[in-house]
Design a binder for this molecule. Structure first.
Ligand SMILES: [Zn+2]
Length: 399
């Protein structure tokens, strides 16, 4: 299934270049915004776009280098002392303990105020490798930050009317379900079984045991099956008017207990909020600095977003065979043992290079035409690319 979204690089620089910002991305889905990585310059890049903490619904972190996570200190402190809400933070499981102990604790620990862990600053969603999860946004009364955006989701409804917005979302998901019905790729035998499982879980959203059982059921076929299950649930919701509440339950069922935030946070900062699934993704460990964890993302089941990584032709070829159509890829025009060199990327199969977009390159050599780029394209910071439903990346607009 494809969800329409757009993506902008907040920067395309490596850690040292001063003329471009750090290699972090801004994703926008149904008017909600998310960051892939939050480097030391991310908030400044967002500021140039007229955006700030209140405009961001959550962050995914790929690895612990300052140009990818150096802006989390600010997100934590601004959230705690200025905005009064915890930023959602999706973390690969291996990063959760070390992000606090090896990176943030020195800045953020404040025992006098009871702030002694990462969870005291962020609404953490931990995800395992290959496990499908969704970027979600809180909807409902009392949402802190982005309440006006909910109005954008459903222009026909009054701004902030979460029920109308959820119903509009359910209508869109019903459309997705219809699209999927025509999509032979998504119609596999496992879909019915998993859809049935998710229906049961959706009927019993508060049953943590059921959600845990569902997590056990997750397998490599879960992507398409869960997509269809979500859409089927949403289509039913559209019929019975229950809207996003059941869609949230389906998301919980998809991801298992503890992965997706349930309605409302422990600290009550979101009020009577419900989480709305927006964009499916999963992460894969990729090679960067030896012995240092780093991971890349598959977004929307079709789009690969590399973290900092060395070239890996076997991986991208396998992903391409599995249906991944577009690749945002780390690139270094200088030789580097921990990044993908431009020369190595030129050895990728042509069918992949034609849909490969280069980032993290810092400053590209002068006069690089299409031919000299081996069919690949350079991403520029602050330019949107749009993923249309049922299509692939297209079009560039300058912010
Ligand atoms: Zn790095």
């Amino acid at each position: 299934m494809n969800r329409e979204f757009r993506i902008m690089m907040l920067g395309v620089g490596n850690g040292f270049v001063k003329s471009t910002y750090h290699n972090n991305a801004l994703l926008e889905v149904e008017g909600r915004r998310f960051l892939i990585d939050c480097g030391a310059l991310a908030w400044h890049s967002l500021y140039e776009l007229g955006l700030g903490f209140e405009d961001i619904d959550g962050i995914f972190i790929t690895h612990l280098h300052y140009d990818h996570c150096g802006g989390l200190d600010e997100a934590a402190l601004y959230g705690a002392y200025a905005a009064g809400r915890k930023m959602k933070l999706w973390l690969p499981a291996p990063l959760q303990p070390i992000l606090w102990e090896q990176h943030l604790r020195g800045t953020l620990e404040n025992a006098a105020e009871g702030k002694t862990s990462l969870a005291d600053y962020f609404d953490i969603q931990t995800v395992e490798e290959g496990e499908p999860f969704w970027l979600t946004a809180s909807i409902g009364a009392g949402v802190a930050g982005g309440a006006g955006v909910v109005g954008e989701v459903s222009d026909a409804s009054s701004a902030g009317d979460a029920c109308d917005a959820a119903a509009a979302d359910a209508d869109e998901d019903a459309d997705d379900a219809a699209d999927d019905a025509d999509d032979a790729d998504d119609a596999d035998d496992d879909a019915d079984d998993d859809a049935a499982d998710d229906d049961e879980d959706a009927d019993d959203a508060d049953d943590a045991d059921a959600a845990a059982e569902d997590a056990d059921d997750a397998d490599d076929d879960a992507d398409d099956a869960d997509d269809d299950a979500d859409d089927a649930d949403a289509a039913e919701d559209a019929d019975d008017g229950t809207g996003g509440a059941s869609a949230t339950s389906a998301t919980n069922a998809t991801n298992g207990a503890g992965v997706v935030n349930r309605a409302g946070n422990a600290d009550g900062s979101f009020g009577a909020a419900a989480d709305h699934p927006l964009l499916p993704m999963y992460w894969i460990q990729t090679h960067h600095v030896p012995s240092k964890f780093s991971c890349s993302l598959v977004i929307n089941n079709r789009f690969f977003y590399s973290a900092d990584m060395v070239a890996d032709a076997d991986l991208v070829s396998r992903l391409h065979e599995e249906g991944i159509t577009d690749f945002y890829h780390d690139c270094s025009f200088d030789s580097s043992p921990v990044h993908a060199s431009f020369q190595d990327l030129c050895q990728y199969p042509e069918a992949i290079r034609q849909h490969t977009y280069l980032m993290h390159y810092g400053i590209a050599p002068e006069g690089l035409g299409e031919e000299a780029l081996c069919g690949m394209r350079l991403l520029k910071q602050h330019e949107w690319r749009v993923w249309r439903r049922g299509s692939k990346l297209e079009e560039t607009t300058r912010e």
